[in-house]
Design a protein around this ligand. Sequence first.
Ligand code: ASP
Ligand code: MG
Length: 478
Amino acid sequence: MSKAAEKGAQGGQGRLSGTVVLKFGGTSVEDSDALRRVVRIVAQRNQPVVVVVSALAGVTDQLLSAGEQAASGRLSAAKASLHAIQERHSRLAGELLPKTAGEAFQSYLRSECEEAEKVLQGVAALGEFSKRTSDRLVGKGELLSSRLLADALRAQGSNAAWVDARECMVTDEAHGCAAPLREETDLRLCQQVSPLLASRQVPVLGGFIGATVEGTPTTLGRGGSDFSAALVAAGLDAGALEIWTDVDGIMTADPRLCPDARLIPSISFAEAAELAHAGAKVLHPATLLPATEKNIPVYVRNSRRPQSRGTRIVPEGVQPAVRAITAKRGVVIVEARLRRQADAQTLSQVLQACEGHSLHLCSLSRHSVVLLTDSKQAVRQMQRALEDVAEVQGENHKAIVRVFGDRIGRRTQLVGQIFQALSGIEVRLSCPGEGERNLTLVVDEDQAAESVRRLHRLFFPAAATGQPEKELSQAGVQ
Ligand code: ASP
Ligand code: MG
């Protein structure tokens, strides 16, 4: 926990574990249908949620060009663009909000647009559109979208609370591309956002915008809402960050170029960064650093197709090396308790005794040999053959669960997670499998499906709606 978060916790507003930060880009809130989709996505969550939202698609560009128009003496054109923006928000409010909430929003909209108009007049008078002025103007886009979304959420029964992001995101004075002051920002988040979460509200903030310590509006640079969302996730020690956009996630290729492109379910931060350099448009992972350096998993998801699970971006160290999980039922554990210490001769006798039966695993200690087989006859055959050497016992109805992943047995952190996920299920044996490419676990047959489900959930978490049946068959339960 950061110092600031600790302070918040001491103030009785500790973080709520499992908080998810949902960031919606401009195209995810571009019109009333899009906004309704977002409202549904938020409403479906039953964990603490914080929403970070961009300006409606196109608005940032329009505000910027309005500023430039004003600076070059075309004030009426600039005002016309501003009115168009006002109109668009007003129309959306009309479609989405009930009367009283609608009126409150309209008056907020009017006052923000009046202020924006004054800014444009100032720009026109000076003939100069400074970065500082630009921040004041373009930040309106996120203020309006966040306020509208918060009201739309409330209108549909979500307990949303609008938060003025400028009061949380504290930055330096580098207008146009300000850098956040992390300690101060974390502290403000704990003071302003955590209490809302604690009282089961859904805080809604505009991305991209902040303010200096003195309260002068700033912005984090174009596309900065992802960065805002990552900062919020980091500051609140969130359990996950979801970047909602208008594509399914990070793809194996650009689907417009290559119709065969597939979704990449999970990718490391470094790989995602390389892809971004190579021209993949989805997002620039550098903006996610505040989240990834705190090991907060990041998902890229499609607000038009929330049923798609998206791409999970994970820091290198914790990238799931796990590729698949399988289960095989009908396994017998055979234990040969040796009457004397194991030596080469007794061992070869034991192995010969199971000739003709397939063996899955063999573990050895001084006085016993444990084998796994799927043949019940093996036990009887061994009992007979080893009468003088060992006492042979068989246990039926076991299953082998395998977790596939490169050198998985050596990755102690993963192994620890695996056992934790299986807590309450008796794991009779475990050992690295062939070529160290899997970890083999033996459980009771009737726990096999549950084990696979739990492990699958651990390594391939469904970001929203899980599909256990499908997962199970993909995970190869036989
Ligand atoms: N609205 C801002 C922009 O268009 C920030 C963002 O969308 O991320 O750059
Ligand atoms: Mg935008």
